[in-house]
Design a protein. Sequence first.
Length: 191
Amino acid sequence: MHAAALALPIDVTDEAPTDPDLALVARFRAGERTAFDQLVRRHQRGIWQVARRYVKNDADAADLAQLTFVRAFRAIDGFRGSATVRSWLYRIAINLAINHLRDHAREVVTEIAEDRLTAGATGASRMIADEEHAKLRAAVAELPPKQRMVLELRVFDDLSFREVAELADCTENAAKVNFHYAVKRLKELLK
């Protein structure tokens, strides 16, 4: 019997509509190993994207995504279900990314994106679009950390304000306020 059977039970019937992943956690705890594989497949891309926004490097983001699932695998017996599984995974990824940034703060890496090397001819419209994307990325980078996190989780990961609040360690109302000020600040910076 897996040690997860001794963990607090997750009532799938009450929570299934709000978190479809709880059923997978329950199946994994019951001994079905493929259930965790399904969780990985379901969230792998989102976890990679969250990590990538922090570390700005594809290889590091892939490493952090993999480490996120290793940590989740080891800690799944302690998952209480107070947050959604997705929020729990995102919190692990964010913490790992922040730790990675702290540990590698002195490194300066310049990387040319592979698509830049293989892309077709660069027309005027492509150059303008690239400039606009660069301005937007620069403006987002200038936001205070909490506002940036809230904005990115809400816009790029399409999380609810409740999930954003869990990840940003604040109330749902504070997440909404941070989002409002982030959007307002972005408008000012992009004028």
